[in-house]
Design a protein around this ligand. Structure first.
Ligand SMILES: Nc1nc2c(ncn2[C@@H]2O[C@H](COP(=O)(O)OP(=O)(O)OP(=O)(O)O)[C@@H](O)[C@H]2O)c(=O)[nH]1
Ligand SMILES: [Zn+2]
Ligand SMILES: [Zn+2]
Length: 275
């Protein structure tokens, strides 16, 4: 649950493209089956009152709940980190606003590296198997986490998805978070690095408007550089803004569609390229 934005809890589904196809077939052929709901159903009542509420106190309860949610998440993130460390799995958490090109970058990255190293992908979106189906076509293992009303992945979802993926030792795990520049920054998944992706169509001032995401990330990919001749986006100004928030950021400027600039990124992703 995210108290910052009030997004929902308990509506998560985790499935592979194969399972999703099987499930769709059951519906198409009218085969009887049950659905697991790990959440309560919405109740049909409203909360209008003929009076206003008087808050004679501060909102410490809300803050406590949020602290507890994050504390529980951090414990599970530690568990994930332990798995990644003992099994030498290099885990990256790709974060950005919707449509910056995370899935395209993932497709190109796994296509380039899959012959040299085992790679698996966890896809996070509120709904649909679209991104998992795209990754499935590249031939690497992928699990889709649908967060329902939730706007970010949390450590438990990643832990559940890891069990489904059966990751080999010494592999790379790439996690595509839900497209959202705010909430995913608050949730540690146990990953080695958050990689924030900004595309040149979004405006160069994003790092100062959404500073937490850039502060929490170690890498910043500036994507869609093939569009620079057509948009008003100053790459150096964007980097300056980002460095104001996080002086230690490593930058890659690339185009996931034309592959310009991809080599430097691929060198970095390969575990040998990291410390
Ligand atoms: N011109 C250009 N278009 C790109 C590039 N990378 C991605 N796109 C396009 O941008 C759109 C969104 O790309 P996706 O890879 O689906 O973006 P995403 O970040 O995964 O989107 P969400 O999962 O919805 O958050 C698609 O139409 C892509 O073809 C790029 O480097 N250059
Ligand atoms: Zn949220
Ligand atoms: Zn995507």
């Amino acid at each position: 649950m995210c108290d910052t934005c009030g997004c929902g809890e308990g509506t998560t589904t985790i499935q592979t493209p194969g399972e999703a196809r099987e499930h769709a077939k059951m519906h198409a052929e009218g085969i009887e089956h049950s659905h697991n709901h790990d959440h309560e159903h919405d109740h049909d009542h409203n909360h209008s009152h003929g009076h206003s509420h008087d808050h004679g106190n501060s909102h410490t309860t809300t803050i406590d709940v949020e602290t507890d949610v994050l504390r529980e998440n951090n414990l599970l993130a530690e568990r994930n980190r332990g798995i990644f460390e003992t099994r030498k799995i290099f885990a990256l958490n790709l974060v950005s606003s919707p449509g910056s090109g995370k899935t395209t970058l993932l497709e190109k990255t796994v296509e380039a590296l899959r012959d040299d190293v085992s790679i698996a992908v966890i896809e996070g979106d509120q709904q649909s198997m679209q991104d998992a189906d795209r990754i499935d076509k590249t031939g690497v293992d992928v699990v889709q986490v649908n967060t329902g009303k939730g706007c970010h992945l949390d450590a438990k979802m990643v832990n559940d998805a890891i069990q489904k993926l059966e990751l080999p030792d010494e592999s790379i795990l790439m996690i595509e978070n839900v497209g959202n520049l705010v909430c995913p920054s608050l949730f540690d998944l146990g990953e080695h690095h958050k990689v924030v992706i900004i595309s040149v169509t979004e405006g160069q001032d994003k790092p100062v408007k959404y500073p937490t995401m850039f502060a929490e990330s170690s890498v910043c990919v500036i994507n869609k550089i093939d569009l620079l001749p057509y948009v008003d986006f100053d790459v150096e100004a964007c980097k300056d803004y980002a460095r104001q928030v996080n002086p230690d950021l490593t930058f890659f400027e690339l185009s996931a569609t034309t592959s310009e600039g991809m080599d430097a990124w691929l060198e970095w992703v390969k575990p040998a390229g990291n410390d």
